[in-house]
Each structure stands twice: as C-alpha cells, then as structure tokens.
Design a protein around this ligand. Sequence first.
Ligand SMILES: *[C@@H]1O[C@H](CO)[C@@H](O)[C@H](O)[C@H]1NC(C)=O
Ligand SMILES: *[C@@H]1O[C@H](CO)[C@@H](O)[C@H](O)[C@H]1NC(C)=O
Ligand SMILES: *[C@@H]1O[C@H](CO)[C@@H](O)[C@H](O)[C@H]1NC(C)=O
Length: 773
Amino acid sequence: MGADRELHVLSALLLLLVQPLVVFSSTPPLACDPTNPSTPYYAFCKTTLPIDKRVSDLVSRLTLEEKIPQLGDVAPAIPRLGVPSYKWWSEALHGLSLWGRGIHFNGTIRSATSFPQVILTAASFNPRLWYRIGQAIGMEARAIYNMGQAEGLTFWSPNVNIFRDPRWGRGQETPGEDPMTASKYAVYFVRGLQGDSFRGGSSGQLKASACCKHYTAYDMDNWKGNSRYTFDARVTAQDMEDTYQPPFRSCIKQGRATCVMCSYNRVNGVPTCADYNLLSKTARGLWGFNGYIASDCDAVALIYGADGYAKSAEDAVADVLKAGMDLNCGDYVQKYAGSAVKEGKLSESEINRALHNLFSLRMRLGLFNGSPKQQASGTIFANQICSKEHQDLALEAAQDGIVLLKNTANLLPLARSNVTSLGVIGPNANVVYKLLGNYGGPPCKGITPLGALQTYVGSTRYVAGCDSAACTSSSINDAVQLAKSVDYVIMFMGLDQDQEREDLDRVDLVLPGMQQTLISNVAGAAKRPIILVLLSGGPVDITFAKLDGRIGGILWAGYPGEAGGLAIARIIFGEHNPGGRLPVTWYPQEFTGVPMIDMRMRADPASGYPGRTYRFYTGKPVYRFGYGLSYTTYSYEFEAESVTSIYLNDSLPLQATANSDISSHNRASIVSDACGKLKLSAAVSVKNHGPMAGKHPVLLFSRWPSLQHGRPVKQLIGFKSVHLEAGKSTKVVFSLWPCQQLSRAMGDGTRVLDRGSHFLVVGEKEHEINIVF
Ligand SMILES: *[C@@H]1O[C@H](CO)[C@@H](O)[C@H](O)[C@H]1NC(C)=O
Ligand SMILES: *[C@@H]1O[C@H](CO)[C@@H](O)[C@H](O)[C@H]1NC(C)=O
Ligand SMILES: *[C@@H]1O[C@H](CO)[C@@H](O)[C@H](O)[C@H]1NC(C)=O
C-alpha cells in the first residue's frame, strides 16, 4: 500500500474528527436471501450441508468469466446467483481502521475504540489483555457489519513480523523483537478476534477473520534506496527456524488464523507469493493452515514488473496461483488470469482451488446463511462500539504497557497537592491523532496528554517547543521561560508518523532535529528535575537523557491510543503503578552502522557484525529488552519444587543426525512425539516489596552454558503478568515443554536438545536443570 493512500487516510481521519454526526443506517449485504425465490434450490444456501459441499456447489455453477473477478480484493456481485459483492481488505491492527476498503465510518457509526499501537500493548506481556483486545475488535467488527457499514469481515491483522531492526518504520505495528512474545501475541489476538475461547476452543462460526502477515522475513520497508518491493531477504535456515517463522507457525497452528498474507519481498531469491514451499508445503501442509492466502497489495504485479522474477504478467499470475496464493490485493490477477488460462500457463483447477478457499471463508463467517439478524452474531449491535467496557480496556492497555525507564530519587509519582503549577512542553502533547500510530481509526473520544494533565493541575501552561517531531525549528526561549516559572515540567518528545511509518524506515536512532537541544535547555532552566515522556514506536537512543541528572523521570508511552493521554497522567500522579517492560532492545546510535538489509540475527565477530536483538546483540544497549521500572520493587526466588533433572533416556527414541555441529552424542533430535509431550514445571515466588500495589510481568528466560554454534545469549521461554498488593508475594508456575523451549536450531534449521546443563533465569536468579540421556 503506497504513501498516497496513507495521506488520503490521514486527511479522512482529520475530517472525521471534526465532522458532525450524520445519522444513517442500512442493512448488510447478504447471500442466500430468503426472499429470493431461487434460494431454496441452491445447495450452497443449505446450511445443513457441510461447507465443503456448499462451496463445491457454488463453484460448479460459475463460468470462468465469473470466477476470475473473484480473485481480487474487490470481488464483484454475481447477481444471477444472489451473491453480493465482497470487499476482502479491512484493517484492525489496534481497532477498526480507516485503512483498507471494507469498513465505512460514514453512517450512524462514526468511530471505533482505538487501542494502543501494538508495540505498547506488547509491553504488558499479558496474553489475557491481548485476547480481550482482539475480542473487543471482533465485536465492533460484527456490530459495524450488522449496521450496514461494512462490506467485509476479513481483517489483515495482526502484523507478527519480528522487529529485527530498530529503524523499521512498521516495528510499531508488531509485538516486538522476541519470537516467543510475537508467537503468543499472534495466538491470543487471533483467538479473540475470530471468536474462539482464550484456550482455543472453537465457537462454531467465525466472528471475524484475522490474517497473519507478512509471510515471511519482511521487516524492511524503505531504507537508503532499498525498497520492500524488490528486496531479496537472504535468510539462513537457522534464523528462519528460530526467528522468522515461529510467529507464523503459532498464528496458524495454535491461533488457527484463517488468513496468511504473503509479503512483497523475496526470501532467498523467490518472491514469497510465488513460493510453493512456503505457502503450500509449509503453511498448508506442515502447519495445517485452513483459510485463504492473500497477497500484499499489488505484490503480484511486482513479480513481473519491477521485480522481474516472472517473464510475463501471465507467468506471474500462474506462479502465484500454483504456489498456493488465493487472493490478490489489487486487480492484477483479475486482469491476467484469463490470458494465462488461454496461453495454457494456468489451469482452471488452480482457480477453483483458490475460489474454494475464498468462498469457504465467506461461508464460515456466516455470510451465506441468509439474514445475519437470524444468527447469534446478528444480534451484536452498535452499542458494542465504543462501549464503556471497550474504552476502559483501551485505558487499561495503555496503562499496562507504558514503561518507566528512569526515576531518580523517586521523582515519580508526583503528589497532586505538591504541584501548584505545571509546564507542559512538546509538539505532540496536544494532538489526538498523534497518539494513534499508523493504521488508526477514528477514536471514540480523544483526550490529549495536555488535556488530561489539565484536569489534575489547574495551573497548567503549554508551549509546543518545536514545530513538529521533526523539530526543524524550535521556540527554545518560550520553553525555557515556561520552565523557569513553574513547579514541575513534563516534556512530550519522541517520534511521529513522519519519522517512522509504512514505507519509511529511519536512518538515525537519536531524537530528530533540535529535540535534544530543547530538552537540555529546558532541563537546565527548570526548578527541579524534569519528566520526559517519549511517544514513539521504535526505540530511540536517549543516552543523553539517561545520564542527565536534571532529567529525573523518563516514560516510554509508545503510541498509546485514544486513552493514552489519561493513562500517562494517571501514571505521573500515581493512580497507576507502571509495569510495562520493553519488547525491543534500545540500541545506541552506532547501531546505524549496521546495514538494515543484513538479515542475519547472529553476530559475526570476524566482520564486526554485532548481531540483533537481546538474543544475539553483542553491543551494550541503551535499555535492554525486558527493562522496565515501577513504583515498587519486586524480588524473585526459584521454589524448591522446580525440576532439576530431566531423563530423556526412557521417554524418547533418540535420533542422531549426521550434519553435526557438535558431537551428535551430546544432543537429541526432537522430532519424536514422545519428546513433544514431555512437560515439566518451574515455580518462582515473586514478592512486591511496596509501597504500591502493581501489575508485574514475570519474564522467564533460559540460557546455555556455552554460546557456541549460534546459541542465543538467552531466550525468553515464558511470561506471566501478576497483580500483587504491596508487601504481598505469590507463586508463579511455568509449564515448560523442554523439547520446544529448551531446544535450539542448528545451522541447517533442525532442532536439537543439548545434553547437560540448562539455566532458567528470572531477574538475577538462576536455576539449573540437567538434561540426561
Ligand atoms: C459510505 O462510503 C461507501 C464507500 O465509499 C459508499 O459506498 C457509501 O455509499 C457511503 N455511504 C454514505 C451514507 O455516504
Ligand atoms: C512535596 O514536596 C516536598 C518538597 O519538595 C517534598 O519534601 C515532599 O516529599 C513532597 N511530597 C510528596 C507527597 O511527594
Ligand atoms: C536413564 O538414566 C538414569 C540416570 O542415569 C538411569 O538411572 C536409568 O536407568 C536410565 N534409564 C534407561 C532406560 O536407560
């Protein structure tokens, strides 16, 4: 999707924020309308038949000329069969979005709940929260559909690519850099959105359809002349197995997502949408994917055009359909599939296969069951949208994600009674849509950080300080004068969508323009240490602020969504104890010396390549993955009941593999079922030493005694968010499947379990487990 469309969407968003409400309502489009006299004769309308049979019946009734137009994201109606048009492309990354074509905010419904951008939600490390957000979005999707303001229920969310490089403009959309976190996020968001239970139980009918994107190894948009449209990601088998593929595997296997989107880039020379091995063999075959595979927008056109992989448009279309892609975002397949069939490059059976997947999905959504008003999902109405429950959830998500990075001498929280005057400085402190991040929708209501703080301190004054986040011109003097005249100063600095977004990666990690100068000048003029709030998706090198004693408190608030202003104010004034932990490594500026196009995760000391993410980065981060303070302190102890030895010799047939990077005697191949079922538990007691109650995510890592052969420094293997009153402790039990969580990928991508010591790590505490075979 190009930049033009983004600008268009942004202006639409601005318009919606100021437009008065116009009341309008219509009914949703429906197939198999009971008032249509032909309906009883069509087997595809008989809800008593299995969907497979119904789809076969429908497809068998179509001519080739009717079939081909169904392969694009705008699928036309087939009037003679009473099949309405359908728009496949909608977005719902962190709430119903203005992006895409399927949802319209021009009727009775003018807004939807705008949750925090995903990177902030991820910082809560709380699967239950992720599930509830997915669930709320699924509800709002059905409601807007039932109100007649949607032409589809298929959402191209979540984005579960690994946030591999801190400069990536779309890193904000993702759950961060850790494969396990991204995997869990995928599973729970998808279960919520599609209407399954938290544990994965199926509800029967799909509430809405989620899509795992962008499959795969896509995490570079537009950096120093390298474009996502032509980028060939060179990925090792080892990195593929333990970094790039896990979120997709989980999204499909445990999340049972009903869509996968193939990406723009190539992987090791092959465009992903034309890769039979990725789409059909791996996703459908190995992982049991049941749904439709969509291309990213215009990705098929690129295979012949700019990319030059295929020799003609017809070849490109034949390549993707044969590889297993079903739907083209765009109209390229609609344009060229006919000539591809005529030229003998494509058989009609490939088209039928794609149609089968597409119509099955529409039926699984209940869109061929007559009036939705007669189905359970038909009773979900407008009062679900922007309900109090959903708006409270948006606040909870923002509060639980925000990360306290610095709090010298317990400057925070501020006591309301102590603050007689407050100075707020920063270009983004007073703009609602800057809180949303990309793929936003029109929020239910918007309160800016400035607006929220004003409700706490009557005497609050504001100076923007910079023209925008770019901060090419600043009003330092005004800001300094304000700082001198108030009790406390809170600065809102960081990034916005002009610095990091789709199709725009950063080239720097420091704050843009004159921001640092402004901050330092204000800090120098203020009566007390100041508070710095960073709004950004990607990490920023703020070493200067970390080290500057005149900056007493630092909060990272991501793009916190419609309730973000309030969440920030509540944390600053101690009504909420921050517990978020960074889902990405914050690298120093020198990391920009690393080519963004280098996909290798592992460090290469010989060439000075430092490696990526907390698992492999050999440099010193500004803030590490998992970092986050709170207004209380927590301590951990491993409980005696934690397992210390695992005997594999009885339980699994060991397989020695020939391609060894250490003696095969010391590792076991973990392909067997017995190994997969092996389970153990580790228990950790967690204590809140006070003085406040708080939610605290406990992160459990594992590490090996040796880093040889590409073993990670450490690896997140479990996390749980606990709520603890001041002075209280609790026991957290982690269930572990050693063949999955304690295993590692070898150079050739196979997984093995090492004999001997493994260490479980929580905070500073370690617990040794000995694997015996
Ligand atoms: C809302 O927008 C859609 C898509 O542009 C359009 O088809 C529909 O007629 C519009 N409805 C109203 C009430 O303007
Ligand atoms: C209020 O400010 C005074 C002076 O700076 C400080 O000593 C006191 O601890 C503050 N009170 C609270 C509740 O923070
Ligand atoms: C497995 O190893 C344990 C400890 O070395 C030993 O006691 C046990 O007999 C072994 N079992 C088998 C089947 O070899």
